[in-house]
Design a protein around this ligand. Structure first.
Ligand code: F6P
Ligand code: MN
Length: 322
């Protein structure tokens, strides 16, 4: 079994980018350890604060953010970072080549119930001669990402990673702390009978999504002519991992529950990296109107609707949106 560094070098990954990825993974190993300790590490439960997006912060959100932020800024490999848990971008080394956007702990409502959580990251090149304190350096469409990945803290710790040459899956060998290549080319099956959506929002969805899901639920006697199964982990990172492993459709569509917040998932550190991983594994990642990777971001915490996964099923869903 091969370790991560030689695999990435064979793929043409520069030394600088490899060092940056390894820096992120060093923090993720620490997070993996803390998550694995559960109540023993004293970090379950919430803080008294909210992040800029009005969400309660879990102690593990804050800890994970601090670990990633400190190690990245100290490394000298990043010009700036953007995080779900930081109101604004944070400037790093003015001479560095890369910028990183991350969700330090996705699905953090799962922390207290010993369920799936993970870290999602997106790496882009900083524009030449740009100001590290200027948040506009992050306003790049997702197709310009040079690498994207997530680390899922489950029964085992897995890394899904792409540098634009397919999506690979690595498993953390906790006996010596290395990520080992366990899936050379993740390939999302084109067809599926599995979908993931928070069905409690059904009455707030737009007609296109209402109609699509109604037809899935109608099963083999409905217009789709087959029975579908539903799965929902409540952590995008867990749901996307299932899609990468065995296919499926995952969506967090637009809804009218809160008129000020029509979308849930964040473009820069959730939708974009997942879209790159999914496309590199042969799937589709779309908003219903456009390919996620083509969106020009307007602000760092921007939200979008997300429909991703098995090619033929996403296309079927998009058919309802025309
Ligand atoms: O980061 C947002 C997130 O935690 C996703 O990981 C997940 O898919 C979603 O929110 C779940 O939110 P809700 O329980 O409101 O549907
Ligand atoms: Mn998240």
């Amino acid at each position: 079994m091969r370790r991560l560094p030689p695999v990435l070098i064979e793929d043409g990954c520069s030394r600088e980018l490899l060092s940056l990825i390894r820096t992120i993974l060093a923090a993720c190993k620490e997070i993996s350890f803390r998550v694995g300790q559960g109540a023993l590490s004293g970090v379950l439960g919430s803080t008294l604060d909210e992040n800029i997006q009005g969400e309660t912060q879990k102690k593990l959100d804050v800890l994970s953010n601090q670990l990633l932020k400190d190690i990245l800024l100290e490394s000298g490999y990043v010009k700036a970072i953007a995080s779900e848990e930081e109101d604004y971008t944070v400037a790093g080394n003015p001479d560095a080549e890369y910028i990183v956007a991350f969700d330090p702990l996705d699905g953090s409502s799962n922390t207290d119930i010993n369920s799936l959580v993970g870290t999602i990251f997106s790496i882009m090149r900083a524009p030449k001669d740009s100001d590290p304190a200027d948040e506009r350096i992050f306003m790049q469409p997702g197709h310009q990402q040079v690498a994207a990945g997530y680390v899922l803290y489950g029964p085992c710790t897995t890394l899904a990673l792409t540098i634009g040459k397919g999506t690979r899956i690595f498993t953390l060998d906790k006996t010596h702390g290395s990520f080992m290549l366990t899936e050379e080319f993740a390939k999302i099956p084109e067809d599926t009978k599995e979908f993931a959506i928070n069905a409690s929002n059904q009455r707030h969805w737009q007609p296109a999504m209402q109609n699509y899901v109604n037809d899935l639920l109608a099963g083999d006697t409905g217009p789709r002519g087959k029975n579908f199964n539903m799965r929902w982990i409540a952590a995008m990172v867990g749901d996307v991992h299932r899609v990468l492993c065995r296919g499926g459709l995952f969506t967090y569509p637009a809804d009218t529950k809160d008129p000020n917040k029509p979308f849930k998932l964040r473009l820069l550190y959730e939708a974009n990296p997942m879209a790159m991983l999914v496309e590199q594994a042969g799937g589709i990642a779309h908003t219903g109107q456009e390919r996620i990777l083509e969106i020009d971001p307007q602000e760092i915490h921007q939200r979008v609707s997300v429909i991703l996964g098995s090619k033929n099923e996403v296309e079927a869903c998009l058919g309802y949106h025309k």
